[in-house]
Design a protein around this ligand. Sequence first.
Ligand code: COI
Length: 362
Amino acid sequence: MEHDITIKQVTTGKTKPDYNHLSFGKYFTDHMFVMDYNEEDGWFDARITPYEPLLMDPSSLMFHYGQSVFEGLKAYTSKKGGIQLFRPEKNFNRMNISSDRMNIPEVDPDFLVDALKKLLHIDRDWVPVEEGQSLYIRPFIIATEPALSVKPASQYKLMIILSPVGSYYAQSDQMSPVSIYVEDEYVRSVRGLVGFTKTAGNYAASLKVQKKAEELGYDQVLWLDAIEKKYIEEVGSMNIFFKINGEIITPALNGSILDGITRDSVIELLRHWGWNVHERRISIDEVKQAHVDGELEEVFGTGTAAVISPVGRLKWKDEELVINGNQTGPVSYDLYDTISGIQTGAKEDVLGWTVPLQEQET
Ligand code: COI
């Protein structure tokens, strides 16, 4: 796939927000990347334009039947100078996996990494420099064909937008433990459905329970499998890990949970450090029993937005399991320190994960 990218740059940029109060995904940079698809031309008209609202037909298929996919990755100011990305090719490969399931045409991942680098070069002044901050990158594809029949669209729009962000969970600094409500009535997905994809509907379907969790005083929802309501799946905004009696366990990829890139990085790093990491089925009863036995040492979530998020409390039916005295444990700390250190160039990139942006990349 060969494309030229047309660039239309703004002459005066927006006023930047107060970087001390960024929270997550509230502010957007000066530019965005856009590309369209139709059956005749394939992907065409790749362009970087000022960030602006879209004019869309109200009958666009995305609005009605939700045919869409998205990704999330980050750019960091490197302590060694310049800007760097973390495993960007994995995000664009995963976008194609999601697209395949949602019957959306695939896009050349290498072309998208290059397009992203060009966009980042133009908006490089927006990449935060402070500890715990980064530039969140949101690529997404939506079905734009105007039609009301339920069918795969013949027209799409792919966009990449950028947002300077701080930590994802509002109530705490990055390493304060979050609290989690284990849902036992509603389910997130089931094998054969679209739980392994990043498609909008997975997130829309979680909102009612997210609200319930918040009303009960918890930050996030932990989902169980849809058939037995017994085995742990994921949190929705992150994958989940348990440290039980010196071993690390995370639910195996079973077709209904997301193949998280931070999840994969954490597994690789822990194994590199010599830990036993088990990707297997783990039930909520096993977690409860480990807690009773005093063996539930740490629980943490992993995600691009969430990075490493320690879990301090787990609410399951009438019980609340308090983990490590609601304090962040050493493995969570080490993982955060190392992964964020690699991402920001403060630590050696032993596993070859970072991709620097070259100065000349315009
Ligand atoms: C990410 O971690 O990038 C995600 O897409 C999760 C989303 C809920 C913010």
